[in-house]
Ligand binder design. Structure first.
Ligand code: 5GP
Ligand code: SF4
Ligand code: MG
Length: 453
């Protein structure tokens, strides 16, 4: 998963982009980057591995420009290297091109093979680079025509921002898998994955970029073009479950409200009659735990504290790194837990590694009973659309029954939200969502040679 941001028509483009990216840091911590374009078309790129840094901010301060795009990366396709850091930045006929992509293309391998057959030389192994090659190759007369040509025939998920010369473009795939919103800041136009990034720069939300649309911003103003025909919507339901920030609106609705509704439904489906209190695994399940408390009538306690100075566990590419990180990241409040029967609410279980470590920690803190409630259904299938769920072999729910999972995690009881319960609880459900990682119902064909990193 990744976060993207774009802005045009402000003297402060680079600084505002870095600021916006700070609010999208939760969407990716492997690398970050900003591309800046000056009024005369000169352009610059600053990229770094890891999270945004003050060093990067200082570099960006030196870079003038009235237009910029930025990216926080969480690798799905392509390895975790500086070459794969985005924005992708190239010099091409007629000026610079830069591109920041959130999502995953499912036919990138074929498209890449076609491009290579006609002479393209790739410098990364990321799926996003095929879009840049197609942009560079296109002889269409306008930036939007080039973008339309580049996107035609691509299959899978993309929300993207790009600069072609002096034009800023934002585009969203025809199924609207990933969020993308547009706002205004005085005279400037701003795009971001989530509204929390508009809030931080002081921009006002105007509209979502609709599925299949390209929004073009240049000296003549803003143009919205339905470049590709919209298809049956497949918004990623996992954005509401886990990925987006609760203070954001995604897909036009509040993430906080969605999560609370998931928690309420979870309490209806899987009450915990013997429990005395409920707590969340911070931060992503705070709102769901509140919803659970509301319906169950149990007190909501802060029983687990998260260290914010350690990155997300999953960001560690190796299993050994993940195990060690659980302890570094969370610590229980013994005072609250000791002697109690507790409900621990988490938003999802992927491999089960973190959860098992947490349960052991809660028991060691003196809990009498641990009832685990999960505000999404069992994840049984990998995601091919931009979230880095692992292969089936590593997904605990793909391999074990619920009883086996409960035993493996060491809990007294386990309750997962049902698929119907989840889809019924999210805003504008139950239709229009992708739920493939839960249901196996993939909206696209999956090419056999798909890279699943
Ligand atoms: P597990 O027990 O599967 O090792 O980890 C479950 C935890 O990982 C949950 O707290 C959930 O919030 C979090 N999680 C779920 N999906 C993702 C993801 O795509 N990336 C990261 N970093 N964490 C995730
Ligand atoms: Fe989202 Fe799951 Fe669909 Fe991936 S498979 S896009 S995580 S709902
Ligand atoms: Mg979590």
């Amino acid at each position: 998963m990744c976060g993207i941001f774009g802005i045009r028509s402000t003297p402060d483009a680079a600084r505002l982009t870095q600021l916006g990216l700070y609010s999208l840091q939760h969407r990716g911590q492997e690398s970050a980057g900003v591309a800046v374009v000056e009024p005369d078309g000169q352009a610059h790129i600053v990229r770094t591995m890891g999270t945004l840094s003050e060093g990067m901010a200082r570099e960006l301060e030196q870079l003038p420009g009235d237009m910029a795009i930025g990216h926080t990366r969480y690798s799905t396709a392509g390895s975790s290297t500086i070459e794969n850091a985005q924005p992708i930045f190239v010099q091409s006929r007629g000026g610079y091109i830069s591109l920041a992509h959130n999502g995953n293309l499912v036919n990138a391998v074929q498209v890449r093979a076609e491009l290579e057959a006609s002479g393209s030389i790739f410098s990364t192994n990321s799926d996003s680079e095929v879009i840049v090659h197609r942009l560079a190759k296109s002889h269409a007369p306008t930036p939007v025509a080039r973008m339309t040509e580049a996107l035609t025939g691509l299959e899978g998920a993309y929300s993207l921002v790009a600069t072609i010369g002096r034009t800023l473009l934002a585009a969203r795939d025809p199924r609207g898998w990933r969020p993308l919103v547009m706002g205004r800041l005085n005279g400037a136009v701003v795009f971001a994955s989530e509204t929390c990034a508009l809030d931080i720069v002081g921009a006002v939300v105007e509209r979502e970029v609709a599925p299949g649309e390209i929004v073009v911003v240049d000296d003549t103003g803003v143009q919205v073009i339905q470049a590709l025909e919209a298809r049956a919507p497949k918004k990623c339901v996992f954005e509401y479950v886990y990925f987006a920030r609760p203070d954001s609106m995604v897909f036009g609705a509040s993430v906080s409200r969605a999560r609370r509704a998931l928690g309420r439904q979870l309490a209806r489906e899987h009450p915990a009659p013997t429990a005395e209190l409920v707590f969340s695994v911070p931060d992503s399940s705070n709102s769901a735990a509140l919803g659970f408390a509301e319906v169950s009538g149990l007190p909501y306690e802060l029983a687990l504290i998260r260290n914010h100075y350690v990155g997300r566990t999953f960001i560690q590419p190796t299993q050994a790194g993940r195990d060690a990180k659980v302890k570094v990241k969370y610590n229980p409040v013994r005072e609250v837990i000791a002697g109690k029967s507790v409900v621990m609410v988490d938003d999802s279980i992927v491999r089960g590694t973190t959860t098992r470590g947490l349960v052991a920690m809660i028991r060691a803190a003196g809990a009498r009973e641990v009832h685990l409630r999960v505000s999404s259904p069992p994840i049984k299938f990998p995601c091919y659309y931009g979230i880095d769920t692992p292969t089936r072999g590593e997904l605990i729910a793909a391999n074990l029954s619920q009883d086996e999972i409960a035993r493996k995690l060491g809990v007294d009881s386990l309750g997962y939200l049902s698929l119907e319960g989840m889809l019924g609880a999210v805003p504008e459900g139950p239709d229009g969502f992708c739920d493939a990682c839960f249901s196996g119902n993939y909206p696209t064909e999956l090419p056999p040679d798909l890279q699943k990193c």
